[in-house]
Design a protein around this ligand. Structure first.
Ligand SMILES: Cc1cc2nc3c(=O)[nH]c(=O)nc-3n(C[C@H](O)[C@H](O)[C@H](O)COP(=O)(O)OP(=O)(O)OC[C@H]3O[C@@H](n4cnc5c(N)ncnc54)[C@H](O)[C@@H]3O)c2cc1C
Length: 253
């Protein structure tokens, strides 16, 4: 049987893109599916640790806003109010982390992934509304998704569920049902809120130089004077992503 793709990947956040990038680069035809159009908002601080940067296959310089050489650890004494007297500063000789804006970071990673094809491989992207059915056959998985043009079915020997903490893929897979024989009990919907707040409403003053700035006429890489943080090139060279995706292979063959 000829399959539509070598791999289907649900979710094109960092995990989905990382999987698609490596597969496409290594000659596989991949279809990435997501229910959101990119760029899309995502609640996240987007602190990129050294490990994350080293794991990426390409430089994310174009979307790095700051590089941090120093971190400040504070203990919250009452509620969210930090006790500055117990503050610990860790200063490193080499950068500890880079900071980006998640919306831009994810869109950039997707852009790199869609260009990753080599050795006959390719990564395509499609917007879907949701998954309708997931049918696990001995040698492939058939995924039927709802799209603007009506239901569409794709087949591949491998399906990777990279649709995040509230994703459908894991819930629909028989692998989760195999453990208990019924719908997984572990599933609990989570959420996070992210908001822009005025500097004046913060419970503690920010370090000197980290006050409000006018970004309207500056580019992403504009100098920003901040304790321990400076805009600087940080280059990453090798593999994978934040959280491991769920890989579904047919297990009955
Ligand atoms: C408040 C907050 C702050 C964080 N700060 C940091 C930080 O500073 N640094 C850090 O490294 N990590 C941080 N994280 C964790 C980080 O966001 C996750 O580890 C990361 O997003 C996981 O990537 P992912 O690709 O697995 O999933 P996601 O980034 O969640 O991507 C999943 C994708 O799947 C899509 N999707 C979902 N359901 C479906 C469906 N049914 N069909 C099709 N598509 C679907 C979504 O639209 C989304 O694009 C933070 C998380 C939160 C909540």
């Amino acid at each position: 049987m000829a399959f539509s793709y070598d791999a289907l990947i649900v979710g094109s956040g960092p995990a989905g893109c990382a999987a698609a990038f490596d597969l496409a680069r290594n000659g596989k035809r991949v279809l990435l599916l997501d229910k959101r159009l990119f760029p899309r908002p995502k609640a996240c601080a987007c602190g990129l640790t050294r490990k994350t940067l080293a794991a990426l296959r390409y430089s994310v310089d174009p979307v790095v806003e700051r590089v941090c050489d120093e971190i400040v650890l504070q203990r919250a004494t009452s509620g969210t109010v930090a006790d500055k007297s117990q503050e610990i500063r860790v200063k490193a000789k080499t950068p500890i982390a880079a900071m980006a804006v998640r919306e831009k970071f994810d869109a950039y990673c997707l852009e790199q992934t869609l260009k990753a094809g080599a050795k006959g491989g390719s990564a395509e992207w499609m917007k879907i509304d949701n998954i309708l059915t997931l049918d696990e056959q001995p040698d492939h998985v058939a995924l039927t998704v709802a799209t603007n043009d009506g239901p569409q079915t794709f087949t591949a020997p491998v399906l990777i569920g990279a649709d995040g903490s509230n994703g459908q893929t894991r819930r629909l897979s028989t692998q989760s049902k195999l453990l208990t024989g019924e719908e997984p009990q572990w599933y609990m919907r989570g959420f996070a809120l992210e908001a822009m707040v005025p500097y004046t409403s913060l419970p503690v003053p920010l370090p000197e130089g980290d006050g409000p700035q006018d970004w309207s006429s500056t580019s992403l890489r504009s100098p920003m004077a901040t304790a321990g943080c400076s805009p600087r090139a940080i280059t990453s060279t090798s593999a994978s992503a934040h959280s491991p995706p769920t890989t579904i292979r047919s297990t009955r063959s």
